[in-house]
Design a protein. Structure first.
Length: 265
């Protein structure tokens, strides 16, 4: 994996009232380093404009390690890797002359068509400029648990029980009661990862053996459905009110919900 280095000298306008590098300036420095990579690899602004496609950032995580002050000479080390057909990730490290880490950024990006204003498959020229021309790994079929849903004879009583025994403050969602919990996995489409737990009021008496509905969050619904159908799995496409949905049935008849969240923007 190629590592690109971009030198930076900290300027007075980048310093905050405390006498060190302003937190917002880190974003500008990391961005300038990314543009420098494209310049270094021969992808000029005019060439990007001709392609009509540009890399865009969906998510970025900054970590501040050591103080950076006026006049410091530092370097930004940037490396890129392909994480899917339309996705890439980058690691950027701000280091001083002694090689000590001052700050770092982990980001997820995609490829944006400036005419259609949509995320698209990237042109080979842009992949080559970023060093991402190698074949992309197949995206995982499941990235995390989107939610767990249970049906109840008495949704209010069951919600109160979960609040009492587990501290889950379920919100009133009309006929349902639910909560969005933080998730450790990386969410697709630049979203903050959450897992929903919800209770739904049953429309008729439930059997003694309960069944639930499990929602899997997936990065590429079409690809997942194609693989399932090729394997002979029963599937059904759904709507797109809150992203894109489809359903599949396992060998015992349990219904699985597949969800590809809508892109932010």
């Amino acid at each position: 994996m190629r590592v690109f280095t971009h030198p930076v000298v900290i300027q007075p306008e980048q310093i905050d009232i405390l006498g060190h590098l302003n937190n917002a300036a880190y974003l500008a420095i990391f961005e300038a380093a990314r543009w420098a990579v494209l310049t270094e690899t021969g992808a000029s602004w005019d060439e990007l404009a001709a392609l009509g496609v540009s890399p865009v950032i969906l998510e970025i995580d900054l970590k501040f390690r050591r103080e950076v002050r006026l006049g410091d000479t530092v370097g930004v080390e940037s490396s890129f890797r392909r994480t899917g057909p339309r996705r890439f990730a980058a690691t950027q490290r701000l280091v001083d002359a002694a090689g000590k880490l001052r700050a770092s950024a982990e980001l997820t990006g995609s490829f944006f068509d400036v005419r259609t204003r949509r995320i698209i498959d990237p042109p080979e020229a842009l992949l080559g400029a970023l060093g991402l021309g190698e074949p992309a790994p197949e995206p995982p079929q499941v990235q995390g648990l989107g939610g767990a849903f249970l049906y109840a004879d008495d949704v209010d009583a069951l919600a109160a029980w979960y609040t009492l025994h587990f501290g889950l403050e379920l919100q009133n969602w009309g006929s349902a009661r639910g909560i969005e919990l933080p998730s450790a996995d990386r969410a697709p489409a630049g979203r903050k990862a959450t897992t929903t737990f919800a209770l739904f009021q049953a429309e008729s008496p439930l059997p003694a053996v309960r069944t639930g509905r499990v929602n899997f969050r997936v990065p590429d619904l079409d690809a997942v459905l194609a693989r399932l159908m090729t394997a002979g799995v029963r599937t059904e496409r759904g709507g797109d009110d809150y992203g894109r949905f489809a359903w599949a049935w396992d060998p015992e008849g349990n219904k699985l919900e597949l969800w590809e969240p809508a892109l932010l923007g």
